[in-house]
Design a protein around this ligand. Structure first.
Ligand SMILES: [Zn+2]
Length: 114
């Protein structure tokens, strides 16, 4: 990663931080959808309760994926702080800049990712 310019790293960091912020925001704004479905059957009929549970299940699945992505972003930012960013976490080889541009949170080179 010796040839990589500081400005490139800064741009990648900004992208990671922006994605992290929007993920956290999305997580916040959907918290309501993930709440347990009320057992009160008076206000909602049986069908709409099933709908609500389906919505909740989907929202939770999305949240699990979102949390996974957030963890990868946080890990990439930590690697940046540690000066390890841009190296494959498996074989320690350089990750090509093009690959980092496609996904700044990527942690492995193409060979190791297969
Ligand atoms: Zn590798």
């Amino acid at each position: 990663m010796a040839a990589r310019k500081k400005s490139d790293l800064k741009a990648l960091r900004q992208r990671l931080e922006a994605e992290r912020d929007s993920l956290l925001e999305a997580s916040d704004s959907t918290a309501e959808e993930r709440r347990p479905v009320e057992l009160d059957q008076q206000s909602v009929g049986r069908l709409s309760r099933m709908d609500a549970m389906q919505v909740q299940a989907m929202a939770q699945a999305v949240e699990v994926r979102r949390r996974g992505r957030l963890q990868r972003i946080e890990a990439a930012l930590k690697r940046m702080d540690a000066g390890d960013y841009g190296y494959c976490t498996s074989c320690d080889e350089d990750i090509p800049p093009k690959r980092l541009e496609i996904d700044p949170a990527v942690e492995r080179c193409v060979d190791c990712a297969l």
